[in-house]
Design a protein around this ligand. Structure first.
Ligand SMILES: [Zn+2]
Length: 413
């Protein structure tokens, strides 16, 4: 009897401890490694992380030929990840990053807005990631300020002279990782982004080659350094860590030197994560999307997204309950035929329609009208447009009990 009592008391204590566990998230972008290369080259550290969670196929590039198609270029690829929306919203089509649409907040803004006291950090082999994509210190981003950054080393040509073999970039990646591992061990930022470039440099120079594969192995060793620091934190401070690793684009199918197009190989990204358990959507999808990373991290670190924000996000969380995914909207004559894939079949789907695009233009909410409500398991619904405002543009939102997805209809004149 006494023994039983002790067991219960211990369980209660453990449960109490678990709920008090601090949540920390880190995401890593390794530049330009297509899924086939990740599978071909030995990457024991990423393999160890995937063993705790998963290695998922994921696509970059939006939908091939669709309204949200996105060039398979670096900066758009990173921005898909950090904003959770595709190019038709975030407006970064290339590495110039000339006019990002900051009405679409990055994960750092979502996080800082709700948890101003928590710590954010960027460790990056490219300064623009902080200054342009996250938009640190800009009026349009509400002057967001990260708590720590380690970047811009590529501008220091004295310490890192730019050799033709681009060995300097490997050295910069290493310095970036050394600082990230140090910061994890010492301060454990609550939300961090680590970016590594060297793999893409070797891809461009040598294509599918031993040099490129060596760079992938180096990236894996560097991820191993982060993972080691994280495991020590988990052990020592009992923190709950999420790590998500991905790539911004694949490589061309011919030689592997280039990218930017919409071939399967250029679109072939992946996600390695320790997240567990993954939800039905993540387990069943042939390919998830890199825009799924933002809502996944948001759930993990307990960022609450408003209805208006959820109506814009293009991804589906990989953890926690999900009602629906894979929305399709086809307009013919005066009808929009909608379909979706039901995950958790509990509850109904609210179908919303707007002919405005305020959010993209001004950051303000759109004028949504509730068109109908159907059980999520139905998987389809038709909108009769003869009863709605005539327009060349519609936004459709499907709001389930556990998540929300959206489609745009753009009539080309
Ligand atoms: Zn890239």
């Amino acid at each position: 009897m006494m023994k039983k009592f002790i067991t219960v008391a211990v369980l209660v204590c453990v449960a109490g401890l678990a709920s008090a566990q601090k949540k920390k998230a880190i995401f890593v972008i390794i530049d330009g490694v297509s899924k086939d290369v990740l599978e071909k080259v030995s990457t024991p550290n990423m393999h160890a992380i995937a063993k705790e969670g998963a290695l998922l196929s994921a696509f970059q590039g939006g939908e091939k030929g669709g309204f949200n198609q996105t060039p398979t270029i670096s900066a758009p690829g990173y921005n898909n990840v950090i904003t959770g929306v595709w190019f038709h919203k975030h407006n970064v089509p290339d590495n110039d990053i000339a006019a990002p649409n900051y009405h679409y907040p990055t994960i750092f803004r979502f996080f800082e807005d709700q948890y101003p006291e928590k710590k954010t950090a960027i460790f990056s082999s490219w300064e623009d990631n902080r200054t342009k994509l996250v938009g640190e210190g800009l009026a349009q981003t509400g002057n967001i300020k990260l708590d720590h950054h380690f970047d811009g080393l590529e501008l220091d040509t004295v310490k890192y002279p730019h050799d033709r073999g681009r060995k300097f970039m490997s050295n910069i990646d290493q310095a970036v990782i050394d600082d990230a591992a140090r910061a994890i061990s010492q301060d454990a930022p609550d939300l961090s982004w680590v970016y590594l470039e060297y793999t893409d440099d070797m891809g461009h120079m040598y294509g599918d080659s031993e040099q490129f594969y060596d760079a992938v192995r180096a990236a894996d060793r560097r991820v191993g350094q982060l993972w080691e620091a994280i495991k020590q934190r988990k052990e020592k401070y009992k923190e709950d860590w999420l790590i998500v690793i991905t790539t911004d684009h694949g490589r061309d199918p011919q030689k592997g030197k280039d990218h930017g197009g919409q071939s399967d190989r250029e679109r072939a990204s992946w996600i390695v994560t320790n997240a567990k358990p993954l939800n039905t959507y993540a387990k069943q999808a042939q390919q998830v999307a890199v825009v799924d990373i933002l809502p996944t991290i948001a759930r993990f670190v307990d960022v609450k997204l408003s209805a208006d924000q959820q109506r814009e996000l293009d991804g589906v969380p990989l953890i926690g309950k999900v009602s629906l995914s894979n929305p399709v909207a086809i307009k013919a004559d005066n009808k929009i035929s909608l379909s979706w894939k039901a995950a958790d079949t509990e509850g109904k789907v609210k179908v919303w329609l707007a002919a405005t695009n305020n959010f993209k233009e001004t950051g303000k909410p759109d004028n949504y009208k509730l068109i109908g409500e159907v059980p999520v398991k139905d998987g389809k619904f038709d909108i009769d447009l003869s009863r709605e405002t005539a327009s060349d543009f519609y936004k459709i939102v499907l709001e389930g009990k556990y998540n929300t997805v959206n489609r745009w209809i753009i009539n080309k004149k």
